[in-house]
Design a protein around this ligand. Structure first.
Ligand code: PLP
Length: 429
């Protein structure tokens, strides 16, 4: 709903004064002099993450290798502990989630585990708006399995380059489909897919289904167990604020704990047997069984603090504020930035049930607008061809920052400030 808002600054201040989550902003380091709206790419450092990270460094200094069992949070069990802490955010049982690897490696791990082609059932369904790494992974999996990605990877098409229609994806699910792997929230438009409906329809056809939830976990509540999806992966450096390259997560539905992990490695062993050093791999009967290597303790430690903040704030309250913020932003763009000379448009679903945590604002000069914003200390990101992605994060952004963002954008157009910038994209935008 984008009604009930007003365009003036006092209204933004009023929204902040009524915000029950406003106190959490002080738990984060917001870079000085910036309006940070890029938490869907890299979340900010949470102050609560510092002490677990320092503690682990200290334990390494004092305990050396003994840290694996004698650290306050023994490193040997840390990945499973963090998985249990994250399970509430996705509606899973604590032993169905583990902190491990990276998103793309976890895609390789779980897609390979669940992709069991037989006879003519050998195709994987994904979509053409997927994050590229997912498609690279799916193609290479097919190639390694002797399939032909040009024939065996079916990409659901988008009519407008922004959105996908669930019924069209469902229409693709057929007797030749061996697996469906989709994003929860599309990384460009911010569309939230109906995970429950897609899962029901896949299962009705005996097709396993998994989701890449990088753009939803920590922003949108999920009920994985209730919806009964087969598997999921997500990163922790976006909404979960665990730092650049921090350890990712995977979810395996407990119905599948007896399946053999496709990419075996010694950290997937039953814990009590791992150091038997047997050459026979016996995987742990929980999500931990899908780990491969020694957990990156330093890259995981910040999660201990940031996940505690999520538990304190509650994902339901965070989602309420996130929707209120994105609705307010859409309202301001509609009211102030759609007419000449601004001509911005919103490329994100207006229905709240179809929206993730960010808003795609489209403009043919989006690249240079992004540069102009950054030089004013306003940080969105740019995604080609014409999108400024703006993520007001409920833990640390203010409504007033959304209002300021829109004023900056308006002023940049009024002064034609974007024309000073190059049309060539930097290595990262
Ligand atoms: C939707 C999605 N999937 C996969 C990835 C790749 O993640 P990683 O670098 O952890 O493999 C990203 C990275 O931003 C992403 O947004």
């Amino acid at each position: 709903m984008t009604t009930g808002y007003e365009t003036d600054e006092a209204f933004a201040r009023k929204l902040d004064s009524e915000d029950p989550l406003a106190r959490f902003r002080d738990r984060f380091y917001v870079p000085k002099g910036t309006i940070y709206l890029d938490g869907n790419s890299l979340g900010l450092l949470c102050k609560d993450s510092e002490s677990p990270l320092h503690r682990v460094l200290d334990e390494w200094r004092v305990l050396g290798i003994r840290g694996w069992l004698e650290a306050k949070q023994p490193w040997f069990y840390f990945a499973e502990e963090l998985g249990a802490m994250c399970a509430g955010l996705v509606g899973a049982h604590p032993n169905e989630v583990v902190a491990t690897g990276t998103t793309t490696v976890n895609i390789h791990q779980l897609v390979n585990t669940f992709y069991r082609p037989s006879g003519k059932r050998k195709k994987i369904i994904a979509d053409e708006l997927d994050f590229p790494s997912d498609i690279y992974a799916l193609k290479s999996i097919l190639q390694l399995r002797g399939m032909n990605p040009n024939e065996d990877l079916i990409l659901a098409q988008s009519a407008d380059g922004r959105f996908l229609e669930e019924h069209e994806i469902i229409n693709l699910m057929g007797e030749e489909t061996a697996l469906v792997f989709l994003p929860s929230v599309l990384y460009r438009s911010g569309q939230l897919l109906d995970i429950q409906r897609l899962t029901e329809e896949a299962h009705r056809r005996n097709i396993p289904i998994g989701f890449d939830c990088c753009h939803s976990v920590g922003s949108v509540p999920h009920r994985f167990d209730e919806w009964d999806l087969d598997f999921a992966v997500w990163c922790s450096y976006k909404y979960l604020n665990a730092g650049p390259g921090s350890t990712a997560f995977l979810y395996v539905n407990k119905r599948h704990f007896n399946r053999e992990p496709s990419l075996a490695g010694w950290f997937g062993c039953i814990k009590e047997k791992q150091f038997d050093m047997s050459l026979r791999f016996q995987h742990a009967p929980n999500a931990g069984g899908w780990q491969i290597s020694s957990p990156a303790i330093l890259g995981s430690a910040p999660l201990e603090g940031s996940l505690r903040v999520f538990q304190e704030a509650g994902i339901g309250a965070l989602r309420d504020k996130s929707l209120r913020m994105t609705s307010y932003l859409i309202y301001l763009v509609d009211r102030l930035l759609t007419k000449e000379p601004y001509i911005f448009s919103v490329g994100t679903p207006r229905e709240e049930t179809r929206r993730g945590g960010h808003v795609a604002i489209e403009h043919e000069e989006a690249l240079r607008m992004g540069e102009a914003l950054r030089s004013r200390g306003v940080i969105p990101d740019f995604r080609p061809p014409n999108i400024l992605r703006v993520a007001p994060v409920p833990l640390y952004n203010r409504y007033h920052e959304i209002w300021q963002f829109v004023q900056h954008l308006k002023d940049i157009v009024d002064k034609k400030e974007y024309e000073r910038y190059s049309k060539t994209r930097k290595a990262i935008s």
